[in-house]
Write a protein that binds this ligand. Structure first.
Ligand code: IFM
Length: 484
């Protein structure tokens, strides 16, 4: 319906009025300046400097140097034409010991950032916690300790007081699934634990941290717009034999975080060794975790496919699913995927939006992340022709429109990311940005996808094909001025 013009030809499809167009980043991935102006060490400083943790030994020591290039990045955002910018706060820049004494220069940086955004008509969307826990808190037990959750509430309170008048939306936590899974189970992210007992405690304490942060911001700013961001990952069983595994993994990856926030309970079918022990759940915890939120933040990248398979005789595209003998994860070899190896499935976004709409009781949903890594490179002419990212964006925005047509309140889309940055264990080799970053010089260059996204965001509509129209192209975002 939305996609057809009266003449029957495919025309542009409009997003609802007030739809928020944004881009996202996070502190450790872009700021650099790790030893500057009183910032304390975070778990990522320690983890990246341990041998063998990160591809090529990359660190976030310099990253995109956004701490020193604030004006450049504001210019990128204004040239991009977005209405909102999602950034995260480096906890140890503001509270170097995790709590207690505030580091004023750190707080001043975020004050300058949010003021500059507002002066340029861009809504600041602040993520309180995006993975860079102060090492001081890790030394006292990290997310295995209840006190860490309380300290997140303290950080939120400090931020609400200092920048609350300037922030349009608050995101309490980013992707608790990855904090727990990669930080405490696989050990591929900081702090690098592989310990299920710690992981089960971390599940509860990260969610409790969301609850304390929500409570602190609400107390200070009763009208604030607040929600968590999560990255539920759909598991599809391709045959009946894989269905029990798909259900179990849905509990382990998704419902363990969704159910407490939406309904105040942990899923009954969660595997026993990950279930937060009753002894850790104090009276009032589940009420705090399930306190009303104003929106749900969805990060969507990919689904998973499971089928019956012989672990001793794996076929092309199959890998064993740990804990589920006889079941394999399967990626059809011909299925398009990003350089991360993640399948490109826009319909998965539509279906997930519909599911979350139902499970959340119709909450507004912001797509707080969606994007793809690609093998981007500078052409001799100095451009980056990332047509595959343009197509990725076009496909996923089309899926968001289908969800809207189905009645889902999709309130915004934040492309990940404003610019190439430190992609955690992958280091700098994985480029997710709308802007190419030449890391040795720090220079930012608008990719073709930046021009496409600009055209969509300014018009509030999706063109029928993933192409840049003449009017939106070069004159407004000339390569020369987009490079800073
Ligand atoms: O770069 C990350 C981001 O920090 C969290 N969500 C997924 C992105 C891509 O892996």
């Amino acid at each position: 319906m939305n996609s057809l013009t009266p003449g029957g030809a495919e025309g542009p499809r409009r997003f609802p009025d007030g739809f928020v167009w944004g881009v996202g980043t996070s502190s450790y991935q872009i700021e650099g300046a790790v030893n500057v102006d009183g910032r304390g060490p975070s778990i990522w400083d320690v983890f990246t400097h341990a041998p063998g943790t990160i591809n090529r030994g990359d660190t976030g020591d310099v990253a995109c140097d956004s701490y020193h290039r604030l004006d450049d990045d504001i210019r990128l955002l204004t040239e991009l034409g977005v209405g909102a910018y999602r950034f995260s706060v480096s906890w140890s820049r503001v509270l170097p010991s995790g709590g207690g004494a505030v580091n004023q220069p750190g707080l001043d940086y975020y004050r300058r950032l949010v003021e500059a955004l507002n002066e340029n008509g861009i809504k600041p969307v602040a993520t309180v916690y995006h993975w860079d826990l102060p090492q001081a808190l890790e030394d006292r037990g990290g997310w295995g300790a209840r006190d860490t959750a309380k300290r997140l509430g303290e950080l939120a309170q400090v931020l609400a007081e200092a920048i609350g008048d300037q922030v349009a939306m608050w995101i309490t936590i980013n992707e608790p699934l990855q904090t727990v899974r990669q930080g405490y189970i696989t050990g591929t992210h900081a702090p690098g634990h592989r310990d299920l007992t710690l992981a089960s405690a971390a599940i509860h304490h990260v969610l409790l941290g969301h609850g304390y942060a929500l409570q602190a911001i609400r107390a200070q700013l009763p009208d604030a717009v607040i929600g968590p961001t999560m990255d539920p990952q759909p598991f599809h069983a391709l045959d009946a034999a894989a269905q029990p595994a798909a259900d179990a993994l849905d509990a382990e990856y998704n419902r363990v975080y969704l159910d407490p926030v939406f309904r105040g309970v942990y899923p009954a079918d969660l595997r026993a060794d990950l279930r937060p022990p009753e002894t850790l759940i104090a009276d009032g915890d589940m009420a705090l975790i399930s306190a009303p939120i104003d929106f749900f933040g969805l990060n969507y990248y990919r689904p998973h496919y499971l089928r019956r398979g012989d672990w001793a005789d794996l076929r092309l595209g199959e890998s064993p699913v740990s804990g589920h003998p006889g079941v394999v994860q399967y990626l059809p070899p011909e299925m398009p995927r990003t350089v991360m190896g993640w399948p490109i499935v826009p319909d998965g976004l539509r279906d997930l939006l519909i599911r979350l709409h139902e499970e959340s009781g119709g909450l507004p949903i912001h797509i707080t992340e969606n994007g793809c890594a690609a093998d981007d490179y500078l052409t001799p002419e100095g451009t980056v022709e990332d047509q595959e990212r343009v197509e990725f964006i076009h496909g996923h925005l089309g899926a968001a429109l289908e969800a809207i047509d189905a009645g889902v309140n999709v309130a915004g889309y934040f492309h990940w990311s404003l610019m190439d940055n430190f992609e955690w264990a992958e280091g700098y080799r994985r480029r997710f940005g709308l802007h190419y970053v030449d890391f040795p010089s720090g220079r930012r260059i608008a990719k073709r996808s930046a021009q496409f996204y600009r055209q969509v965001a300014l018009a509030g509509q999706l063109p029928p094909t993933p192409e840049i129209s003449f009017e939106a192209a070069a004159p407004e975002v000339p390569q020369a001025s987009a490079a800073v």
